[in-house]
Write a protein that binds this ligand. Structure first.
Ligand SMILES: C[S@@+](CC[C@H](N)C(=O)[O-])C[C@H]1O[C@@H](n2cnc3c(N)ncnc32)[C@H](O)[C@@H]1O
Length: 360
């Protein structure tokens, strides 16, 4: 049948669950801001490119891939349901207005309890959870009309193996990411992303109905800008140097830093275009780089630190032990203050890729 087993058994590091001070629920406003920045563009894509007349089945099924614990997923799903309802009305299909079913997908270890406990009571859809990795099949063939994923596809299915091989030119000594590293390291990350995307696109193409749509929001690298000049790149460098400082002080070993790499990758418009074209099952309806930040809301070093901690505490704890987490993120925060001018003047324009695909 499906390859769900491989999808559910991949290694995963979900965002911090619950509703505590370090939870994703309370520290995900940067992603919310970024998704809100694309709200009108998503509505336009549905109004112009989603041909609901070609869908015969009721209910209308939509999925959020990498939903985490909310509230961002609820906001996004509500917008999409409303935009699809407007599309039915605009096409004169009021009498055929479907019921909606939303599939909330994330890794098995995601805090689905918190997610479902905070489902909006006023929602206009039936909710269900789909545990498992989106780097594999999640749904039956031709069963989903609309798929959405925001700020999740930059997580690779695994760290490229050559990064840990001391004999490889891609051995990533003294760093935890490809930012500011040699090009062999970047190439290894890029190859892993390309492999993952081929699996992702092929699985989604099977699961989408004919004419079904995918909207993706992915952290991205603007053309011609080095990763070390965009906010997340600066944060990765600051995190790496915090860990190396701790190694020099004997709090952790250098070997522990050398063997730790974050499986996170920022694609580009050019790379994503060529991956979708090579895969061949989906039409690119729209692909553009956007600014995920709001001109009116400044993002502080504290905001970045809390956001990183909510997303990465699990992966750091697994490798270095949970005892060093407070120390790592306290040091990171201090570095964001020390390098605040670098964060403030970093390149934010075009650091989010907006993608609309349609099943051929
Ligand atoms: C930064 S959160 C984004 C959550 C939400 N979409 C938002 O915009 O706020 C990334 C989520 O993607 C999930 N994720 C990463 N890789 C995944 C995979 N292969 N399959 C399913 N979920 C994945 C993580 O567990 C995490 O909950």
């Amino acid at each position: 049948m499906s390859n769900n087993n491989t999808a559910t058994m991949q290694q995963s590091f979900p965002m911090n669950g619950g509703d505590g001070p370090h939870s994703y629920l309370n520290n995900s406003h940067l992603q919310r801001q970024a998704t809100n920045a694309s709200r009108i563009t998503i509505e336009e894509a549905i109004a112009k490119k989603l041909d609901v007349k070609c869908f015969s089945s009721n209910p209308f099924r939509l999925a959020d891939l990498g939903c985490s614990v909310g509230p961002n997923t609820f906001i996004a799903m509500q917008h999409i349901v409303e935009a699809v309802e407007r599309k039915y009305l605009a096409q004169g299909l009021k009498s055929e207005m479907p019921e909606f079913q939303v599939f909330f997908n994330d890794h098995v270890a995601n805090d689905f309890n918190t997610l479902f406990a905070s489902l909006p009571t006023e929602r206009r859809y039936f909710a269900c959870g789909v545990p498992g990795s989106f780097h594999g099949r999640l749904f039956p063939e031709s069963s989903i009309h609309f798929m959405f994923s925001s700020h999740a596809l930059h997580w690779l299915s695994k760290v490229p193996e050559e990064l840990l091989d001391k004999n490889s030119p891609a051995w990533n000594r003294g760093r935890i990411h490809y930012t500011s590293g040699p090009e062999e390291v970047s190439h290894a990350y890029a190859a892993q992303f390309e492999h993952d995307m081929e699996i992702f696109l092929s699985a989604r193409a099977k699961e989408l109905v004919f004419g079904g749509m995918i909207v993706l929001l992915i952290p991205a690298l603007p053309t011609g800008i080095p990763t070390s000049h965009i906010p997340i790149g600066i944060m990765f460098d600051l995190l790496g140097s915090s860990l190396m400082d701790m190694a020099k002080e004997g709090l952790i070993s250098e070997a522990e830093v050398d063997s730790f790499n974050l499986p996170i990758y920022a694609t580009s418009l050019e790379q994503m275009t060529s991956l979708v074209e090579r895969n061949g099952y989906l039409i690119i309806e729209r692909m553009e780089l956007m600014d995920p930040t709001s001109k009116h809301v400044a993002v502080s070093g504290k905001d970045y630190t809390m956001n990183f901690r909510a997303g990465m505490e699990g992966i750091f704890g697994e490798h270095f032990g949970s005892g060093i987490i407070d120390e790592v993120f306290d040091r990171l925060y201090k570095k964001t203050v020390e390098f605040s001018h670098q964060l403030e003047s970093s390149h934010k324009e075009g650091t989010q890729l907006f993608v609309v695909l349609r099943r051929k």
